[in-house]
Write a protein that binds this ligand. Structure first.
Ligand code: PMV
Length: 316
């Protein structure tokens, strides 16, 4: 039996603008994970079981566009696997689906890692390789993904990311002072593909205005990287506020997100914003050890379904 897992993620700065080539920053959330288990089976074929996705099928019967089946086909091709042995693959996830925490990327990364181990394909275990394969599957979930989700989940490190040709820019950076973040779920599910598609329609209708908005978000992400590297936590909070205003301009916030953002700031957070595609899903709040409990309580009282505390650790 083989087991592998991968973390959830948050986007700290630059969602949506990252699809249009502007810089963005993302970090893993290691305490919530997707897990894939592969074991030999006495039932013929490849059994695919994913209770959180409501899936119990065989590879042969899975729809063409099913992301798990697509992951298996990708793997079969790169691993030169002529035929599948009889196995059962079970995928579970603690990461809420369609909520901006990268559940799709985490499931794919966990599954690819488990497959690479089960079939002794250690050359496929490199983060860069796993990330590239995951990107192909992300296209099924997202339509036009920037590549930041698969990157941060596969590398499991905070990344500064720019989508570009021929190769994306992926940089890790120093975290001078630990960042304490709360991740709060509105409980509203939102399709990344739909929100990204809607932003594209707005960009097509008003390219000049949207290019300006994206550039402003990219500049915020670059300034944020510097603030993180220099340990200027208060400045970072301010940058989160600015980023949230631009996300509101893009119409990707929502009453539930706005409410939690305002609640967090009123309860003492240094800054707060939505994280991921928006229109639901999660928001993040930058807190200190002193304010964490009060902000967490306030978020719960304001209707947050789940509030996770996570840390982006010092790497100096
Ligand atoms: O909602 P999520 O966690 O899948 O994040 C999407 C981030 C976007 O910038 C909106 C899209 C992308 O591909 O980068």
């Amino acid at each position: 039996m083989v087991t592998a897992s991968a973390p959830g993620k948050i986007i700290l700065f630059g969602e949506h603008a990252v699809v249009y080539g502007r810089p963005a920053i993302a970090a893993p959330v290691s305490q919530i994970r997707a897990t894939a288990v592969i074991q030999p089976s006495t039932t013929p074929g490849v059994q695919l079981i994913a209770p959180d996705l409501g899936l119990a099928t065989t590879l042969a019967d899975a729809p063409m566009e099913d992301p798990l089946a697509a992951t298996l086909r990708q793997f079969q091709e790169v691993a030169n696997l002529p035929v599948w042995p009889d196995i059962t693959i079970t995928v579970t996830s603690q990461i809420p689906i369609a909520s901006g925490l990268g559940s799709g990327a985490a499931i794919t990364v966990a599954l690819l890692r488990a497959l690479a181990r089960y079939f002794d394909q250690s050359q496929l275990l490199h983060s860069a390789h796993i990330s590239t394969l995951t990107y192909e599957v992300e296209k099924i979930y997202h339509g036009t993904p920037s590549g930041i989700d698969n990157t941060v989940v596969a590398y499991e490190q905070p990344v500064y990311f720019v989508r570009r040709q021929p190769q994306n820019l992926i940089e890790t950076f120093t975290v001078a002072r630990p960042l304490h973040l709360l991740v709060a779920d509105t409980g509203v599910r939102s399709s990344t593909r739909a929100v990204v598609g809607d932003v594209r329609r707005q960009w097509e209708a008003g390219p000049r205005r949207f290019e300006e908005i994206f550039t402003a978000c990219g500049n915020i992400a670059t300034a944020a990287r510097q603030a993180i590297e220099q340990g200027e936590v208060a400045e970072l909070g301010q940058l989160m506020r600015y980023n949230q205003q631009w996300l509101q301009e893009m119409t990707v916030s929502s009453p539930e997100l706005d409410r939690l953002v305002l609640t967090a700031e009123e309860a003492g957070a240094l800054g707060a914003k939505l994280s991921g595609a928006g229109r639901g899903g999660n928001m993040i709040a930058l807190v200190t050890l002193e304010t964490e409990t009060a902000v967490k309580q306030a978020l719960h009282q304001a209707g947050a379904r789940q509030v996770l505390a996570t840390q982006i650790a010092c790497t100096k």
